[in-house]
Design a protein around this ligand. Structure first.
Ligand SMILES: Nc1ncnc2c1ncn2[C@@H]1O[C@H](COP(=O)(O)OP(=O)(O)O)[C@@H](O)[C@H]1O
Ligand SMILES: [Mg+2]
Length: 382
């Protein structure tokens, strides 16, 4: 590692800015010392694919923020830009005041980053893997030992400390990944899809650990496509759609904004088809089947009495009926239903616009032909 210093200095200057792109810097007044992470106009294009579109992001110190959205919506790319692992096409980012593009090492030293697939030396034990990480992080032998013992206990891995990592379950590997991140005692941790591939129980345990880290004042940015799963640990979430941040706020805020006064009910029935007996209730917005005899109902008012009435009159039996809070998945589904409708409308409009455009284009080129000789010469700008 130390041999890096032996390289002639000019190399350093050429490490980044590979395409000579000049990216904007923040104005001093844009930087907020209460924020651990800030970004503005952050954008990443891979050829024609815009992975992240002009993203504004701020994570206050001590906050837990979720980058949520389906696969391919730009979460990982955002994280890679914040870590200085990929170069933005535009915009700026600061992590604890450091520019990840120009000073990635300072960022990496202070941020515990867990990528979406964590790699370990499978033939080594958990402790040996952590030893290696701690050594790379520059911890001396005595503090390594103490830190490793502490994180293994904290992540409930003490009993498998001397087992080869190759034998670990996915849940154990994720916890070991977090242990590796925590060995460095970072002020910020960034976790990419930390619960993906975990069974519900392991995911719950993992999220409980995240909650405990928050209690210690650690700033956490995590990404996930499992919205309902992570929503409760996040102080704030950013919902992504095709590289764009489409909604931002607390889960409560976003839910209210998207769902408005919509109420949701869970319903379990036997002996009748709710589709048939409930459709005529005024105020009902949607009925969706969740499983055998299980339904969710959306309505613009409290229709529980009407549901009970409808099911009984339809000859069915009401096994359960409860009020339910919409989850982020419901919010997301509702939002995108709205977006898809708008997309379809826009597509329909574009095809008529396109026709108009073609016609206008035909006309203007014809006009151009006619007026060419008479038109004054356009002055070239200097
Ligand atoms: N190295 C790459 N080269 C080309 N396209 C990429 C690359 N990385 C990501 N993308 C594209 O960028 C978009 C966002 O990807 P990603 O950030 O991985 O999304 P997410 O993490 O939300 O699943 C996707 O369309 C993906 O195919
Ligand atoms: Mg990803």
């Amino acid at each position: 590692m130390k041999t890096v210093a032996a390289f002639p200095r000019p190399f350093k200057v050429r490490v980044r800015h590979t395409r000579g792109v000049s990216l904007p810097d923040p104005q001093p007044e844009e930087l907020d010392p209460a924020c651990a992470i800030q970004a503005k106009g952050l954008r990443k294009a891979y050829g024609n694919v815009v992975a992240v579109k002009e993203l504004d992001l701020s994570v206050r110190k001590g906050e837990v923020v979720g980058l949520l959205g389906p696969n391919g919506s730009g979460k990982t790319t955002t994280i890679l830009m914040l870590m200085g692992l990929t170069e933005p096409s535009d915009g700026w980012a600061r992590v604890l005041g450091y520019n990840p593009l120009r000073d990635p090492l300072s960022v990496k030293r202070r941020v515990g980053y867990m990528p979406d697939s964590v790699g370990f030396y499978d033939h080594l034990t958990a402790t040996e893997n952590l030893e290696y990480t701690a050594m790379l992080a520059g911890l001396d032998a005595a503090s390594r030992k103490a830190r490793i013992r502490e994180v293994l206990t904290h992540l409930e891995l003490s009993n498998v400390a001397d087992k080869k990592v190759g034998t670990f379950s996915r849940g154990m590997r994720q916890r070991l990944g977090l242990a590796e991140v925590l060995v460095k005692e970072p002020g910020i941790i960034i976790l990419d899809e930390p619960t993906s591939g975990l069974d519900p129980e392991a995911a719950r345990e993992f999220l409980a650990i995240i909650r405990a880290l928050k209690e210690r004042g650690i700033t956490i940015l995590l990404s996930s496509h499992l919205l309902h799963q992570v929503q409760e640990v996040c102080d704030r979430v950013l919902l992504f759609y095709r590289g764009e941040k489409v909604l931002e706020g607390t889960v409560g805020d976003i839910t209210r904004r998207v769902m408005g006064s919509t109420r949701m009910f869970m319903l379990e029935v036997a002996g009748t088809d709710p589709n048939r007996v409930l459709a005529s209730i005024p105020g009902i917005l949607r009925l969706s089947k969740q499983g055998e005899g299980k339904w969710t109902v959306e309505a613009d008012r409290d229709i529980r009495a009407d549901i009970a009435d409808g099911v009984t009159r339809g000859g069915g039996r009401l096994l359960a009926l409860s009020d339910s809070e919409p989850t982020l998945d419901d919010v997301y589904a509702r939002y995108f239903e709205h977006m898809r409708t708008k997309d379809a409308e826009r597509a329909a409009m574009n095809s008529t616009e396109e026709q108009k455009f073609v016609r206008a284009g035909e006309r203007s080129s014809a006009e151009e032909q006619e007026t060419k000789g008479a038109a004054p010469q356009k002055e070239d700008s200097p």
